[in-house]
Design a protein around this ligand. Structure first.
Ligand code: MIC
Ligand code: SF4
Length: 642
């Protein structure tokens, strides 16, 4: 039997395990990526491993999230990141150089290689045929130290594209359609592999838009073949030497196939507050809007901004709308500046922001109370914009710019002749904002400002887990609920005691106080608990507050791993209906937690002391994960071996 692309790359990188469904496998990691909001923790953890120099082919450290410097904190983090990168042999992309995934795509992704990044949108690189996975900072730190990456062997879904995108319909509409079909949990445990004749007409950056938002499906990663389009893109970036062809065998098998005909696809839009709440634009046309934000790692390529500039040329942004634009990288920014498109954007009244994540992560440009905001981003979780009452829609650049012009949600086809964009033969390449590693690092001092606090430690898993259910939540809880981001909280990413005061703030601001008063406890969740971002702070800060276990119906992949990494036991309800038998503030006990794990038990008993009920729990930890859980986290486990 032939292999699909994902399996070919896994096979080439396999260091442990068998490639059988759901078996734990380990793969060698060639490249790593961090960004500043997760990077400080990742490097503190890397330093704790005492490895002088990264062992990967190439490791990158980006600064793109915490770029709004309203106090010393973010600048302290940048200085730490720059110095720690220099000390340990990493490339450092300076603030201003762009969003990690966009820069990585332009300058560093390699077809057929593996990439592990401490950001959930790392799979963007799949647009160039790289097997790119998002993980917590600790897993990335371990990969930098030469350790493989562990995961259950994913299933593969073929997304077979036929036809060709019609005018004013773009790559974002493809992934929104996939989200409509599969939902935010439809990709869990799967790799989405794109194929079919329809892919030939998608440019490399179109493909990146699609693989980027595979994260919203909960997928392990998404990947395209590496073909002539890939070769041309890499050649236009001066990197043809790193290109290699990659395609599925003709008789490759997939676990499922989804077919999408691009000819018939309409402009799509995700409604508040989930990326899978997708409808055709025509269904919500006429909705008045207050803000349009264009940018983010999903939609800020040269192509996207040229379409926006072309549509806005000679026009003025609608009087009731604030339009902000953040170019994805310095390369994109400089190219639109030199070709005149930036002047058209400025003339239209667009508010031009620096090349960074910006409004996507609530770093500025929060909309007004009850605002309707259309964003070309990938997440519209409640409150993520910084304004809890805002209604955020997600759409492609065509729909966004049409809304900015008309002041209401509008089918972009109303704008007339489509804006043509020819993929450039040569992109403007200038890596002057990327500091390469140096050989001799003896004299390099790592700079630690007062915002960099040491890592909190956890203790071993106790024999009995006892405590109160500190919080009971429903389905699809995101890490933005557990550990919010935004301009006020993000600067505390290197300071766990301070950031832990914000745990669950969007759901229950009293949570940290209650957790401390109760001396820690447990959390009860529904399906897909912890979806969204890779931020390990969503495990680390609850751990700091004494959370010992999370019980729910199912977990999102990265968050489950982060919980284990920091010694919080992820447990599932053996019978999901038992969710109703546990209430917030019930006193519960799992009597033999540690010894059950030690003897290989996969079911445990929870005694609800408040109601008297006994409830069956189950865990799916691998033997390796059991050791980590027992040690109270991966760092403890690594230390115990040395
Ligand atoms: C996000 O889009 O939520 C982030 C901010 O990029 C996160 C990482 C983080 O929380 O720092 C992600 O997607 O992993
Ligand atoms: Fe940055 Fe937004 Fe992309 Fe996350 S999703 S990396 S915050 S641009």
């Amino acid at each position: 039997m032939g292999l699909n692309i994902a399996k070919k790359i896994i096979k080439e990188h396999l260091v442990e395990g068998d490639m059988l469904p759901d078996e734990e496998i380990a793969i060698k990691i060639d490249h790593t990526l961090t960004q500043d909001a997760t990077g400080t923790m990742a490097y503190l953890q890397f330093e704790a491993m005492d490895i002088p120099r990264v062992k990967t082919k190439r490791s990158m450290s980006y600064v793109d999230h915490n770029t709004l410097q309203t106090g010393f904190e973010n600048a302290d983090d940048h200085a730490y990141l720059q110095s720690v990168a220099a000390k340990h042999g990493l490339y450092f992309s300076r603030p201003g150089n762009g969003i990690c995934h966009q820069v990585q795509f332009e300058r560093f992704d390699v077809p057929g290689d593996t990439l592990l990044g401490s950001d959930s949108h790392t799979p963007t690189a799949g647009g160039l045929g790289m097997l790119a996975i998002g993980a917590g900072g600790l897993d990335v730190a371990a990969a930098m130290a030469g350790a493989p990456f562990y995961m259950p062997m994913p299933k593969t879904t073929l997304i077979k594209l036929s036809g060709k995108l019609q005018p004013w319909v773009s790559a974002k509409d493809v992934i929104l359609e996939v989200l409509r079909i599969l939902t935010v949990k439809g990709g869990v445990g799967k790799i989405m592999e794109y194929g079919g004749e329809g892919i030939a007409s998608l440019s490399a950056t179109d493909r990146a838009t699609i693989t980027n938002m595979g994260a919203e499906l909960g997928a392990t990663t998404s990947i395209f073949p590496s073909d002539e389009v890939t070769r041309q893109f890499m050649a236009s970036q001066g990197r043809e030497n790193e290109w290699k062809k990659l395609k599925a065998d003709p008789d490759a098998e997939y676990d499922e196939t989804i077919e999408i005909n691009l000819n018939t696809l309409d402009p799509m839009i995700a409604q508040p507050h989930m990326p899978d709440n997708v409808v055709k634009v025509s269904e919500v046309a006429g909705t008045k809007i207050d803000q349009v934000a264009i940018g983010s790692c999903t939609n800020s390529s040269l192509r996207d901004l040229m379409v926006v500039a072309g549509a806005l040329k000679g026009k003025t942004v609608h009087p009731t709308v604030s339009l902000c634009i953040s170019p994805g990288s310095k390369q994109v920014f400089e190219m639109i500046a030199r070709n005149g498109a930036l002047a058209d954007l400025i003339a239209s009244g667009a508010r031009i922001l620096e090349s960074a994540c910006g409004p996507c992560i609530g770093m500025g440009q929060s909309p007004k109370t009850n605002a309707v905001s259309i964003r070309t981003f990938n997440r519209n979780f409640e409150g993520r914009s910084g304004t809890n009452s805002a209604q955020v829609f997600l759409a492609g650049p065509e729909v966004a710019v049409a809304a900015a012009i008309f002041g209401e949600i509008t089918d972009p086809r109303k704008l007339g002749t489509a804006i043509s964009f020819n993929v450039p033969e040569k992109y403007l390449v200038d890596d002057n904002m990327i500091i390469p590693p140096v050989e001799n690092t003896d004299n390099i001092e790592v700079i630690r400002g007062p915002n960099i606090k040491p890592l909190p430690q956890n203790s071993e898993l106790p024999e009995a887990i006892t405590g109160k259910i500190l919080l009971k939540v429903g389905n699809n809880i995101t890490t933005d609920h557990i550990m919010p981001a935004g301009a006020k909280v993000l600067p505390l990413r290197s300071n766990i005691p301070a950031i832990s005061e914000h745990v669950f703030a969007p759901i229950d601001p009293e949570f940290p106080k209650r957790a401390k008063e109760c001396g820690g406890g447990l959390i009860l969740g529904g399906e897909n608990y912890g979806q969204g971002s890779s931020r390990e702070h969503a495990a680390l800060a609850p751990m700091y507050l004494g959370v010992k276990a999370v019980i729910c119906k199912s977990f999102a992949r990265i968050h489950r791993q982060n919980l284990i990494n920091f010694g919080i036991f992820p447990l599932k309800l053996a019978n999901p209906a038992d969710y109703d038998k546990i209430n917030q503030m019930d006193e519960v006990q799992i009597p033999n937690a540690a010894s059950a794990l030690k003897i290989g038990e996969t079911t445990l008993e929870l005694i609800n002391k408040t109601s008297g009920a006994t409830i069956q729990l189950a865990h799916d930890l691998s033997a390796r994960e059991v050791k980590i859980a027992l040690a109270g986290g991966r760092l403890n486990e690594i230390r115990s071996k040395s």
